[in-house]
Design a protein around this ligand. Structure first.
Ligand SMILES: Nc1ncnc2c1ncn2[C@@H]1O[C@H](COP(=O)(O)OP(=O)(O)O)[C@@H](O)[C@H]1O
Ligand code: SF4
Ligand SMILES: [Mg+2]
Length: 374
């Protein structure tokens, strides 16, 4: 495990300039065309993978993005890192609109926004040594750190809790958790300001998840790097993110500071997601006051033809006619704190009791949160 992270001088001043957000995403959409027909194939529809989302991430902040598989999280991550081109909407990075920037225009900021992927194995080239993998981004960007690239790679290995002597080893010689540490070292090689981490611990054992989350948390806090942390359940994000957005079928349906989302959620879907989080460490007596487990009926509808009005209405126990006719705006509804926005015509009452203790993935993660409380 890593203990001390060496803070490069350049990282110390990673705070935002005049409060300007590091990343501002506005009305972002990504529609993938669906082709069909014979003999001439033409566009017959579109997968509305991301459909008009707003996200703001400040320097050094960790922002969590949560939702079931297929709701558009990875597409959002790929749009922000500009591996994909948006259909409409804007992505501003440090005040600069990069939504349609070309390769050359993106070059100076490519190093500042890095991505960590879900599968630590397929994202590392099996034929390259760890040294080569981690120094790759430095080579591509022609960056020559003081003392040379090898020295920097050894430092990075130490930062992520790996043995610098493993410089010449290959990915298959490492465990899943260690491979994800290599992925983190590679992302850190260019001293980024923002890391988009797409389900970085989903493929790992729970005990290893805690260690990797711990490492990422150290990176965020001690190096001042902002994170967009993508996860499919609310448990992991809770230990990592100051603000959390919940996505459903291409839209953000609730967003707020983590206390609001975890202890005073208003959207029925957020309630359902929270109730799906495993309950552990609860004796029978303790669970007496806990909320009922909500089972979501049916599958997520197709993003090619999402339901009219509120997209959650086909699975919502509170749906009424208005929900089919009018899309609920994402707004601060009565009873919410500032910056806690909910898109629902008939929101749930804020629930405070019985919630906090329920959402614990693992004792190791719980211990992390204790260290974080301040
Ligand atoms: N390149 C693509 N072409 C067509 N559809 C895509 C493509 N990438 C993703 N999708 C679709 O977009 C939706 C959102 O996918 P994704 O962003 O991967 O969701 P998540 O990461 O939340 O699981 C899914 O329905 C998926 O099938
Ligand atoms: S708007 Fe209606 S269907 Fe949508 S979440 Fe709220 S109550 Fe349910
Ligand atoms: Mg994904």
């Amino acid at each position: 495990m890593t203990e001390d992270i060496v803070l490069p001088a350049s990282r110390e001043k990673n705070a935002g300039v005049d409060g300007e957000p590091l990343l501002q995403v506005s009305k972002l959409t990504k529609h993938f065309p669906v082709k069909g027909g014979f003999p001439i194939r033409r566009t017959i529809g579109a997968v509305q993978a991301v459909d008009g989302i707003d996200i703001t991430v400040h320097a050094g902040e960790s922002f969590g993005l949560v939702g079931e598989s297929g709701c558009g999280k990875s597409t959002t991550g790929r749009l922000i890192t500009r591996l994909l081109q948006p259909t409409t909407g804007t992505i501003s990075y440090r005040g600069q609109d990069i939504s349609h920037a070309n390769r050359k225009q993106l070059a100076p900021i490519r190093s500042e926004i890095q991505m960590i992927f879900q599968d630590p194995y397929s994202s590392l080239n099996p034929r390259q040594t760890v040294g080569k993998i981690i120094s790759g981004p430095m080579e591509i960007n022609d960056i020559n750190p003081e003392g040379g690239r090898e020295k920097r790679v050894r430092e990075l290995l130490e930062i992520v809790g790996l043995n610098p002597e493993h410089y010449n080893r290959f990915p298959h010689e490492f465990s899943g958790g260690q491979r994800q540490r290599i992925g983190v070292a590679r992302a850190l090689a260019l001293e980024p300001k923002l890391i988009v981490a797409d389900e970085p611990v989903s493929a790992l054992d729970v005990s290893i998840q805690a260690q990797v989350v711990n490492l990422l948390q150290k990176v965020q806090k001690e190096l001042g790097i902002a994170f967009l942390f993508i996860a499919h359940d609310l448990a992991v994000v809770r230990h990592f993110s100051q603000r959390v957005a919940v996505m459903y079928l291409g839209k953000i349906i609730e967003v707020g500071d983590r206390d609001s989302i975890y202890t005073r959620p208003r959207h029925p879907y957020t309630h359902a997601l929270l109730s799906a989080v495993p309950e552990v460490n609860l004796t029978d007596e303790d669970s007496a006051g806990a909320r009922e487990r909500i089972r979501l009926a049916g599958d997520v509808p197709s993003p090619i033809s999402p339901p009219s009005g509120c997209r959650f209405r086909t699975r919502c126990w509170k749906a009424q006619d208005k929900c089919a006719a009018q899309e609920p705006p994402l707004i601060q509804i009565s009873g919410n704190r500032a910056d806690h926005l909910t898109a629902c015509h008939f929101p749930e009452e804020p629930t405070i009791e019985g919630r906090d203790e329920d959402i614990v993935l693992d004792p190791a993660l719980a211990a992390l949160e204790e260290g974080q409380a301040e």
